[in-house]
Design a protein around this ligand. Structure first.
Ligand code: FAD
Length: 488
């Protein structure tokens, strides 16, 4: 029987990101996928600011920026949301195909030492007090300390573990075709609402366009796999014309079913990404959610494998990530409702659009879609705790740096700006870094609306576990113990 520390079912973006995180922490990992090889399907069309920050925290962003296109906005139910004044280094949507993201993550995971096995479906799971036996294709077994199901909405791990996936069924059908156009519209993004539904055309890459349509008069027929001519016929039904579509790369259809795993953990088995939550791809949030699940779970699982996870650490994965996904399911349902055809929805859209003219409202919605506003219950009294740490410019040891670069080790850091607290007994798990201002550059103001604290304890996933404004500021020992266990 093969053995490893963690088996990850599914080599999609969630599974690959988790593999990268575990390898960064030195954990042995085997990724198994039921497919014979990567499909290369385009799928998701972009990532948002928080995911870009997370990739930056691991030094993985540059190749994606190089292969993507910056769009200064996002949308809510098709209503444009300007991102340019968001408090991040990445105030834009990065239009980059999921196939490209998977390719880059795959390269990174393999280079870091992850083993990826194709033609390897999970078909059975048996867990006991010490580990889990993962049956592959009914023939082989891999023994691991933990199993994580990153095997998508119809994956086996959640089902085999008996975790319920309750929610709402599809009420409508969306279709996508990635094509070339003989008569493209003006501008990079074009959309129209019509009687039976709506359609949009986005220029994706030079010469390539993503055509999307949504129709509300029929729910998704799961049995039907559309081909390009089906797509063309449906598109013309709604748009009344064909912009000369040809040379399809990918055609698909999807519905607005929204389901959420009742639990993210059953003993030694976890679910993450689409295996834990599915929803309509409105606003482009699903892949982002999965990557962020992986980064939340990775360091906690690594601590557990090493036998150093404090009480409750593994359960904090669900308590932190479940509400984030619930909110996405909620906002995508709202977006579907706000997209239906008819004069009542038209009136509602006009009103919502006028609210979005108010900067504060627009920024609030944009911060939610981009996941920049997430705040976990990390404890601690300082107003910055629980938020993502802003990527401030700093000087460290006489060299220019910035916070996200300091997080690339995948370890927790204690940034000491004006005061170096004593953390004797935790130096093996937390790196103490003395920092100085970099004159005239980006400061550490941001999430939580506070200035640079004297010292900040940042978890490996980039969230503030504790912050203090000077000696005597209490709670640091509690925070270190809560997140990293007792002093050595
Ligand atoms: C048309 C469309 C457009 C989208 N646009 C966006 C967007 O713009 N932005 C965004 O953020 N999200 C978008 N999404 C959502 C995004 O594609 C998903 O959220 C994302 O793929 C989830 O990644 P995942 O790794 O969790 O699951 P998946 O990508 O589904 O990967 C699961 C993997 O598990 C494997 N698997 C399945 N069963 C087993 C088994 N029994 N054993 C082993 N392996 C198994 C599968 O082969 C697959 O490789 C879109 C989705 C669709 C359909």
């Amino acid at each position: 029987m093969d053995t490893t520390d963690v088996v990850i079912a599914g080599a999609g973006p969630t599974g690959l990101m988790l593999a990268c995180e575990l390898r960064l922490a030195g954990i042995e990992v085997t990724v198994v996928d039921r497919l014979p090889a990567r499909t290369g399907e385009s799928r998701a069309g972009g990532i948002h600011a928080r995911t870009m920050e997370i990739f930056d925290q691991r030094g993985m962003l540059d190749p994606l920026i190089a292969r993507g296109r910056r769009i200064a906005s996002g949308h809510f139910a098709g209503l444009p949301l300007d991102f340019t004044d968001l408090d991040t280094r990445y105030p834009f949507t990065l239009a980059v195909l999921q196939s490209v993201i998977e390719e880059e993550l795959d390269i990174r995971a393999v280079a870091a030492g992850a083993s990826i096995r194709w033609n390897a479906p999970v078909t059975g799971i048996r867990q006991d007090a010490d580990g889990v036996d993962v049956e592959i294709g009914g023939a082989r077994t891999i023994r691991a300390a933990y199993l994580v199901g990153c095997d998508g909405g119809r994956g086996a791990v959640r089902t085999l573990t008996g975790i319920d996936f309750a929610g709402t069924d599809a009420t409508m059908t969306g279709m996508i075709a990635d094509v070339e156009l003989s008569h493209p519209p003006e501008g990079p993004v074009f959309g129209r609402r019509r009687g039976a539904g709506d359609y949009s055309i986005i220029q994706f890459e030079p010469g390539w366009y993503r055509l999307m349509l949504q129709r509300y008069d029929r729910a998704l027929d799961r049995g039907a796999a559309p081909d390009f001519e089906d797509f063309r016929a449906r598109f013309v039904e709604i748009a009344d014309s064909d912009p000369g579509m040809h040379s399809p790369r990918w055609v698909t259809q999807f519905g607005d079913a929204a389901r959420h795993a009742e639990r993210y953990r059953h003993g030694r088995v976890f679910v993450a990404g689409d295996a834990a939550h599915i929803h309509f791809p409105a606003g482009g949030q699903g892949l982002n959610l999965g990557v962020q699940d992986a980064v939340n779970l990775g360091w906690k699982l690594a601590a557990a494998v090493r036998g150093r996870a404090p009480e409750g650490l593994l359960d904090s994965y669900e308590s932190e990530r479940y509400p984030v996904a619930a909110r996405v399911l909620h906002n995508t349902r709202a977006q579907t409702a706000l997209s239906r055809p008819g004069p009542h929805t038209d009136a509602l859209r006009d009103m919502v659009a006028s609210f979005l003219d108010t900067d504060e409202v627009r920024r609030q919605l944009a911060s939610m879609i981009t996941a920049l506003d997430i705040r976990y219950e990390t404890g601690g009294a300082h107003p910055s705790t629980g938020y993502r740490v802003p990527d401030a410019d700093l000087r460290v040891g006489g060299t220019d740096s910035r916070v996200h670069v300091l997080l690339r080790t995948g370890r927790s850091i204690l940034l000491c700006h004006k005061w170096i607290p004593d953390i004797a007994g935790w130096e093996d798990r937390v790196d103490v870094i003395e920092t100085h201002d970099r004159a005239g550059t980006r400061s550490a103001t941001g999430s939580g609306g506070v200035g640079t604290p004297a010292a900040v304890l940042v978890r490996p996933d980039g969230y503030v576990a504790w912050a203090g404004d000077g000696p005597g500021d209490g709670g640091l020992t509690e925070a270190l113990t809560r997140w990293f266990g007792p002093a050595a």
